[in-house]
Design a protein around this ligand. Structure first.
Ligand SMILES: [Zn+2]
Length: 467
């Protein structure tokens, strides 16, 4: 007998389309796709009434631990589950990744109600030298390099060794990891130092000022350097949280040439739904929010496939860190709980983006880029990570209902059409009708996504990312 039958849904297949059917689940996996009216004995049958069933989202970009080391896996995974996110990659940074990763993974296993994996932050020579060892020990094939923390900007954060030499050495190392990919934060922080003081001294405290102190061309310049070096090093590179049309045009140029390894692009939900006219300092983030013209260009790239993945860059800090003014406020804000409703409301309803495109950039492409086996697609044998969506349900964003450690959201009060009504992690319902189920507190149940390094190699040679 089946464990679960989700009957009569509109099933969204990433990059392909929408079909009517029912999804049968057994032992945490999808057992079969049946016709919409088919019946089969199951422990639980859910009538979906032609609502939308999508693969659970895999958020490629989160910062669990920036709110509270102690509890972020609990609170932020609950916020994710409410938003239809069934797995997340979170950045892990420490002095020695070989020592810190095990305990951090154990914390996640104890607290997370969604599946999770790590990207390693590379901020020192030690990290680059021990990259292969740490990668194999923890099944981590994705890494991040922070050009934002070069020179004086890095020294202020305790990173003394970030420069182009370390960037290139990291690329050489990542190129040797089967399935490896290097994400890079692109902002030319050296030129920011030439622009910021005059703007700050002018007394400006809005987000246009934050945009102006690190304008689009500083992102674009770094994108070129990263894309160019990555080609020379044979390193798959991913431009994370791309914010600007100018930066996008550079990726178009780089990808118009034959490349030794793929160059992919991620953007984040705030670059698709907020501009530099949003509320300050809540909307302070790196790279900055841009103009409406940039927003339009990024949506176009999501629609036509030049942007492969969309994440939240979720930072669950308290609102108290957003002050006392723009210049001293922390950067980043929470977003994992509103990622999907914003994509449906703004992308699907307002801009006509097909649901299969939303599913591609939030599930299949993320699974492929990061070598996640068994996720990202609704088919027999895959993990039953699913989100049931009522595309017409209208609700206002309220931070108080998002369950995050954080106590605000830059989308507060916005009325959105299209919300998740049930979220399933490997066949288990973790959230329904806007509430996390009580039994989840007792037994969160999230699994760690170790990447099989050899399998990732096969995956790449047989197809690569992109739907
Ligand atoms: Zn980030």
């Amino acid at each position: 007998m089946l464990d679960l039958l989700l009957r009569n849904a509109r099933i969204v297949q990433p990059g392909v389309g929408v079909m009517s059917g029912s999804v049968a689940v057994k032992d945490g996996r999808i057992a079969a796709i049946l016709g919409p009216r088919d019946k089969a004995p199951a422990g639980e049958t859910v009538e979906c009434s032609e609502r939308i069933l999508m693969p659970g989202l895999i958020d490629p970009h989160t910062h669990f631990g920036f709110g509270s080391d102690e509890t972020d896996f609990r609170t932020e995974s609950r916020s994710a589950a409410l938003g239809g996110v069934t797995a997340a990659f979170t950045f892990h940074r420490s002095a020695d990744l070989r020592e810190s990763t095990g305990p951090w993974r154990d914390r996640g296993l104890e607290q997370s109600c969604i599946d999770f994996g790590f990207h390693f932050g590379l901020t020192s020579r030690l990290h680059v030298e021990t990259l292969a060892e740490a990668a194999r020990a923890f099944g981590v094939t994705s890494f991040k390099f922070y050009l934002m923390y070069k020179g004086a900007a890095g020294a202020a954060k305790g990173f003394a060794e970030i420069d182009d030499a370390l960037l290139y050495a990291a690329m050489q190392q990542v190129a040797r990891i089967p399935g490896g990919v290097l994400g890079v934060h692109c902002e030319n922080v050296e030129v920011i130092a030439a622009l910021r003081p005059a703007i700050r001294d002018s007394g400006a405290t809005d987000l246009r000022a934050w945009d102006a102190q690190s304008p689009d061309f500083l992102e674009a310049e770094n994108v070129f350097r990263v894309g160019y070096f990555a080609d020379k090093a044979g390193c798959p590179a991913n431009i994370v949280h791309l914010s600007s049309r100018e930066g996008l045009e550079v990726t178009d140029y780089l990808r118009s040439k034959p490349r030794s390894a793929p160059l992919t692009v991620e953007t984040c939900i705030h670059y698709l739904t907020l501009t530099h006219d949003a509320r300050a300092p809540e909307g302070k983030v790196n790279p900055p929010l841009r103009s409406a013209r940039d927003v339009d260009a990024l949506w176009q790239a999501v629609a036509d496939g030049r942007i492969e993945t969309v994440g939240s860059d979720h930072v669950p800090r308290k609102h108290a860190t957003k002050g006392p003014d723009l210049w001293q406020a922390s950067a980043g804000f929470p977003g994992i709980g509103t990622l999907l409703p914003l994509l449906i409301d703004e992308g699907h309803h307002k801009r006509g983006l097909p649901l299969e495109r939303i599913a591609a950039v939030t599930s299949l492409n993320v699974a492929r880029l990061y070598g996640v086996a068994g996720k990202g697609w609704i088919a027999p044998g895959m993990d039953a990570d699913l989100v049931l969506i009522d595309p017409e349900l209208r609700r206002e964003v309220r931070h108080a209902t998002l369950e995050s450690f954080s106590d605000y959201t830059p989308w507060e009060g916005q009325s959105l059409r299209g919300w998740p009504v049930a979220t399933y992690v490997r066949g288990r319902c973790v959230a329904r009708d806007g509430a996390v189920l009580p039994e989840v507190a007792e037994a969160p149940g999230g699994a760690y996504m170790a990447r099989e390094i050899a399998a990732a190699e096969q995956e790449r040679t047989s197809g690569g990312a992109g739907a």
